[in-house]
Ligand binder design. Structure first.
Ligand SMILES: [Zn+2]
Length: 496
């Protein structure tokens, strides 16, 4: 069914959006939440299970201390209050990927509450309130085989992999975010981006959206300005930053059409189709009472000692936003230039290249220019290029010293990427260094002048621009290994 949509700009003229985000993060603990099974991604299906995470009768869960510590770390970084005492709860529902018929989660006693995360949106700071951060266990994974869409409809049979069942999962729930207007879709994307960077800096998760270790449910509602908030829909399991933005945008366009036609937005979950950026209706949303939550009787309450919480707080790393502000000053770059570095996924790489001795300007130039192009051509992330920040720093150093020019530096990069070794070894083996021997350069210049008498005559007559032809000839003769600026000087010394 094709939905009726109102163009975004028009929808936003008549309605105020309210957004909210629920983000699930798989923690990077070595073992699962309530048992000792390992959590390695991509293992043979059902090879990382035990009676506890398979939910066999009589098995008993034990809380993973590291998962509690990671969750407290997240809560503190999000400016939350850490509970002095809280409990896990059973969330009862049936699903084939959850063999206990309940999920151990937290309900009215979350570990962390009442925080915030500041997000820069088009030059303004939007303070996103964090309602709660709680800990639960992930479910297994169903694989529907034989259908065209990978969904259960049309599938011939389904398989279940319980390797993921019981992996610690943190849910971070925002308060409703109001007043962002036409920036609502971008604000949603930037919130998730900032949160991802923060979680990565905390070392609590690998936050890979494409592997599902970070996934978002995106809530959107619309109402005329000044009216009470509208009914919200929840777009489930959005797994790319671009899709977070698109999900909000699409729901604004769709809900505006429903409201314009005098209809009522139905409270429901919706699925995002990554290919088209559209959402379709899922199930009508359960209310909390449908889950029949009650305190988990098999686990003792969690009461983190205050001095432990303070130790964790003292060990928190500098927040990414603060790191960026500090580096902007140190590197003397504009907000826009810093955005370009961050958006290219190059911040850590530039940082490490500078630490290895390159100037910030050189480090930026190589990672955002030549190396970004190579990564793009290969269809891989910048971090996956087989070249290290130390190697890039060394190449920049060779250019600064005049041993390499930019063209030769690109040849060295090619060779490093091809696995030929370190820059110095490559320069040596391939004879790539710039010809800096004045005698050899002078000879090449004299040869070029002799071979192009008409051009030389023009330069003698004052047409300095013609020198470019002779520079080109010398560069060709030296196979790009001459210092072009020095060649130009030598030519002008001789002819003017
Ligand atoms: Zn297990």
């Amino acid at each position: 069914m094709t939905e009726t949509l109102i163009p975004f700009a028009e929808a936003i003229e008549r309605y105020e959006p309210v957004i909210g985000l629920e983000t699930h993060v798989e923690l990077g603990t070595r073992t699962k939440m309530f048992c000792g099974c390992v959590t390695t991604f991509g293992a043979e299906p059902n090879s990382q299970t035990c009676p506890v995470c398979l939910g066999l009768p009589g098995s008993l869960p034990v809380v993973n201390r590291t998962a509690i510590e990671y969750t407290i770390r997240i809560g503190l970084a999000l400016n939350c209050t850490i509970a002095e005492w809280c409990r896990f709860a059973r969330k009862n529902y049936f699903y084939p990927d959850m063999p206990k018929n309940f999920q151990i989660s937290q309900y009215d006693e979350p570990l962390c509450t009442d925080g915030y995360l500041d997000v820069e949106v088009n030059g303004k700071t939007v303070r996103v309130g964090i309602e709660r951060v709680h800990l639960e266990e992930d479910t297994g994974k169903s694989l529907h085989v034989g259908g065209a869409t990978g969904r259960i409809h049309g599938a011939e049979y389904s398989l279940v992999d319980y390797n993921r069942a019981g992996i610690p999962l943190v849910e971070i729930v925002t308060r409703p975010v109001t007043g962002t207007g036409e920036d609502a879709p971008v604000a949603a994307r930037l919130y998730v981006t900032e949160l991802r960077d923060l979680l990565r800096s905390l070392g609590v998760s690998d936050v890979r959206m494409e592997e599902g270790s970070l996934r978002c449910d995106v809530n959107t509602s619309l109402a005329p300005p000044g009216a009470p908030w509208g009914t919200r829909t929840e777009t489930k399991n959005v797994n790319s930053l671009r899709s977070v933005e698109r999900a909000v945008e699409f729901e604004i366009e769709r809900q505006a059409a429903v409201l314009d036609a005098g209809g009522r937005v139905i409270q429901e979950t919706r699925h995002l189709h990554e290919d088209t950026g559209t959402t379709t209706s899922g199930r009508s949303k359960e209310e909390a009472q449908d889950y029949r939550y009650f305190p988990e009787p098999d686990l003792v309450p969690v009461a983190p000692p205050r001095d432990w919480v303070e130790q964790i707080r003292a060990a928190l790393p500098e927040a990414p936003a603060k790191v960026r502000a500090r580096l902007r000053t140190e590197w003397n770059v504009s907000a826009l230039e810093m955005d370009a570095i961050v958006n290219a996924g190059a911040l850590d790489l530039v940082l490490q290249t500078v630490a290895a001795g390159a100037s910030p300007a050189d480090a930026r130039k190589w990672w955002l220019g030549e190396l970004s192009r190579r990564a793009h051509d290969l269809g891989i992330e910048l971090t996956a290029l087989p070249i290290t920040p130390a190697q890039v720093a060394r190449i920049a150093e060779l250019v600064a010293a005049g041993t390499l020019n930019d063209r030769l530096a690109r040849d060295v990069i090619d060779a490093v990427l091809a696995g030929e070794g370190d820059p110095d070894a490559i320069v040596e083996a391939r004879g790539l260094a710039v010809v800096s021997d004045e005698g050899a350069l002078t000879a090449a210049v004299d040869e070029a002048i002799a071979a192009n008498p008409e051009v030389a005559a023009k330069i003698r007559d004052g047409k300095i621009a013609a020198a470019g032809v002779l520079v080109g000839a010398v560069m060709k003769a030296t196979r790009g290994k001459a210092d072009a600026a020095r060649v130009r000087e030598l030519i002008l010394e001789r002819l003017t």
